[in-house]
Design a protein around this ligand. Structure first.
Ligand SMILES: [Zn+2]
Length: 275
């Protein structure tokens, strides 16, 4: 996407993380310190002026495809809603060493966290996987905890990829356009575990957003972090309608498969959720 200039600069990337964090909070998808953000930058970018403190760290998983590149990532326990007020206080800039297993973490004197987010292993593994397999030069990853999607994942009948897409893509005509690949459902797994990390990599190869059952979502974008947040918002809006309909006794019709199919044809959308 950004193989040739103009590319976003560090100030723009930090501002976009602030905007993304604020939006995630506006849609109630991140209470207190929940949720986390990261951006992989596949070109040279100078971080030391805004993040002058350097320390060596061992990466939670090997990331050889990211050697020499930079990842901007939120600190553990930081509130997404406050990033925009002071990005350097809430974000670290990680430059991966040539060995692919260690890195230099650059931070600000105003840093308000001890460690990077506890979900960093999942973020890093997705960056490694997508860069190694697809050669992307930019990727944004968002983890959030949108309430309606997460609630639906507590209902066994919804904890299934085909079932949840049939239910949440039927409330707005643009759903099949904006979320044409749909959402992938993962079973409940311990937060931060190697098991979740592996299932998440696999899920994000097929879908641009996956639902971590009884926990939240992870979304990715090759374009921008706000696009990844849009994905969360589209899916969460469908889930909000679905929840509303459950509470109202299931009285609504929703768009029929024929109506969704007609929209998809009109907009030239190829989706496995169109029949
Ligand atoms: Zn979480």
């Amino acid at each position: 996407m950004y193989s040739t200039p103009p590319r976003p600069d560090l100030d723009e990337l930090l501002a976009s993380m602030g905007a993304a964090g604020a939006r995630i909070c506006e849609i109630d998808a991140s209470e207190a310190g929940a949720g986390n953000l990261s951006i992989y930058v596949g070109w040279d970018i100078e971080v030391r002026r805004r993040f002058p403190i350097a320390e060596g760290i061992v990466l939670p998983v090997p990331a050889p495809a990211l050697a020499g590149r930079t990842i901007l990532v939120t600190g553990s326990g930081r509130r997404l809603r406050q990033i925009h007020q002071d990005p350097e206080a809430n974000i670290g800039a990680l430059v991966v060493h040539d060995d692919g297993s260690t890195a230099t973490l650059h931070t600000s004197p105003r840093r308000l966290f001890d460690r990077l987010t506890s979900e960093f292993n999942s973020h890093l593994a997705v960056h490694q996987d997508q860069v190694a397999r697809r050669g992307v030069d930019f990727q944004a990853v968002v983890h959030a905890q949108p309430m309606n999607l997460t609630y639906l994942s507590h209902i066994p009948a919804y904890r299934d990829t085909a079932a949840i897409n049939a239910r949440i893509l039927r409330w707005e005509p643009e759903s099949i356009v904006s979320l044409s690949a749909g959402i992938g459902v993962l079973e409940f797994m311990i937060p931060g575990s190697a098991e979740l990390m592996a299932a998440n990599i696999e899920g994000l190869r097929e879908f641009e957003i996956v639902l971590w059952s009884k926990h939240g979502v992870m979304a990715r974008s090759d374009l921008s972090i706000t696009r990844a947040v849009d994905r969360v918002e589209y899916a969460e809006t469908g889930a909000r309608y679905e929840y509303m309909d459950l509470v109202a006794g299931g009285r609504a019709q929703g768009l029929t498969p024929e109506e969704i199919g007609a929209v998809a044809r009109e907009f030239d959308i190829d989706s496995r959720w169109v029949h």
